[in-house]
Design a protein around this ligand. Structure first.
Ligand code: AMP
Ligand code: ZN
Length: 114
């Protein structure tokens, strides 16, 4: 999609610190980390957020969880655990309207965190 930051990052048009890539997903370090490990996983297909998923997107949405598992493994987060966050919509603080999972780790995290 034109003028979408995460479409441009996943297509290599805007630089990022890449962590993982396959045919369907791209993962890169968050520019403003809120945890010692903070990586974003995005589908290469432009989907705005979970709220805008259609049945046609079900396969990519399912595969995204598996991509998140692979990225967390690459980051060495398996043993200690990690948090996965999908900010969805305005009140949740979603600032980039291209669906993305935040993988957060490397520290003890409190819950509930809202
Ligand atoms: P959200 O607020 O859930 O929409 O998350 C968007 C995230 O994208 C924020 O954590 C930002 O720090 C991050 N971000 C924005 N621009 C960039 C960029 N150019 N490279 C990497 N991360 C970015
Ligand atoms: Zn996009």
């Amino acid at each position: 999609m034109e003028d979408c930051l995460f479409c441009k990052i996943s297509q290599g048009e805007i630089p990022s610190t890449k962590v993982y890539e396959d045919d369907d997903f791209f993962a890169f370090k968050d520019i403003n980390p809120v945890a010692p490990v903070h990586v974003l996983v995005v589908p290469k297909k432009h989907i705005a957020n979970i709220a805008s998923l259609t049945e046609e997107d079900a396969a990519v949405a399912g595969k995204m969880l598996y991509a998140i598992q692979k990225v967390a493994h690459l980051l060495g987060l398996d043993k200690d655990g990690y948090r996965v966050v999908f900010n969805t919509g305005e009140k949740a603080g979603q600032t980039v309207l291209h669906m993305h999972a935040h993988i957060l780790g490397g520290k003890e995290m409190a819950w509930p965190g809202v």
